[in-house]
Ligand binder design. Structure first.
Ligand code: BDR
Ligand code: CA
Length: 342
């Protein structure tokens, strides 16, 4: 009797890794980026990396309601930049909630303020007038080079930018977003938080035709810090690293309360580092569509890497999806970034 080769076929078909398509900055020619964020514990580390890496030129930071209410996220972004010695970086406030439906927050993880129990000194630089989209427009228009957008919160501001200012598309080099998952979600079994929080905006972004890298849970769940790493940060000189240690301690304590591991995925920093370090994240080409309905798969990013299906249906892949990362190297890059901060 011959064995049926189909028995035991996987139901998750990991795609073959392919060369990355997104741009990457160098110290000689830094890549201009705008970070759109909802700080947020891991957002705080992502902002640190964006400030510290010489391969990136952080043009501006825009906030969005997500992990906490938007006014907290804005305030956190401003205070974090001040802490990191980056008062030259403009900050503008973005959408308080999604394009449709109520705000989804993640305060059970990040705390009511978004930054756990940490209190930071007030920022000195005033908030930019006109809001997040207006600031993005000004920065993109003023940049001699195309700009990479790095959204690491719900995609509301980005969708509003693409909808309202389509003529700027040629000046957007890349949308390297943290969100989604080809596998399971975290906000629900179907969906990752940033996409779940504004699935309509995510649909707009993934259907935009712009170059996209999806840094989702498939890769960020391998980009973790644990108790040993907390001790490393606590021992570094400088107030910024002490704050990182504090944020990690808060996250671990929360995780313990929820009966989870004492480690934390530093999701958002992966999206930033992908634009600075060419071979840190392994990617594969996928066609990703978003479930924008309100059913049980709301916010699911459905990734198709099957050549057969795409050919059959005459469809093209629309993004790179992050799948692999060297955790040790990731941790070292974070530590190195904090060494350069005040
Ligand atoms: C994403 O959700 C937020 O809670 C984090 O800051 C990250 O951007 C992970 O699912
Ligand atoms: Ca975030």
């Amino acid at each position: 009797m011959s064995a049926d080769p189909r028995i035991g076929w996987p139901t998750f078909y990991a795609a073959k890794l392919s060369p990355r398509r997104s741009p990457v900055g160098t110290a000689a020619k830094p890549l201009p980026i705008i970070l759109d964020t909802d700080p947020g514990l891991d957002d705080a580390l992502a902002i640190a990396v964006a400030v510290a890496r010489p391969e990136l030129k952080l043009l501006g930071v825009t906030s969005v309601g997500g992990n906490a209410d938007v006014h907290h996220c804005t305030d956190n972004a401003r205070r974090l930049l001040h802490l990191y010695g980056a008062d030259d970086v403009p900050v503008a406030e973005g959408a308080a909630g999604p394009l449709s439906g109520p705000l989804e927050r993640a305060t059970e993880i990040h705390g009511e303020s978004g930054l756990g129990a940490t209190k930071l000194a007030e920022a000195t630089r005033p908030l930019e007038p006109g809001g997040a989209v207006a600031l993005m427009v000004r920065l993109i228009e003023a940049s001699p080079e195309p700009v990479a957008l790095v959204p690491v919160g719900p995609l509301t501001n980005i969708a509003m930018l693409l909808r309202g200012f389509p003529h700027l598309a040629p000046k957007i080099a890349e949308i390297c977003l943290m969100g989604g998952s080809v596998g399971e979600g975290n906000a629900t079994a179907s969906a990752e938080f940033n996409i779940y929080a504004d699935p309509v905006a995510a649909e707009i972004v993934f259907a935009s035709g712009l170059p996209i890298t999806m840094i989702g849970l498939d890769v960020t769940h391998h980009a973790t810090l644990g108790a040993d790493d907390l001790a490393t940060f606590a021992a570094l000189p400088g107030a910024s690293a002490k704050v990182a240690a504090e944020l990690l301690a808060f996250a671990f304590a929360r995780a313990k309360e929820w009966g989870q591991h004492e480690w934390m995925a530093i999701h958002d920093a992966v999206a930033v580092l992908h634009l600075a370090i060419p071979d840190l994240v392994g990617v594969a080409r996928y066609r990703v569509v978003v479930d924008g309905t309100n059913g049980p798969a709301r916010g699911r990013t459905i990734g198709d890497a099957s050549d057969y299906r795409l050919k059959r249906d005459r469809l093209e892949a629309n993004c790179d999806v992050g799948l692999t990362i060297d955790r040790e190297r990731f941790v070292q890059l974070l530590v190195d970034a904090y060494r350069t901060l005040p």
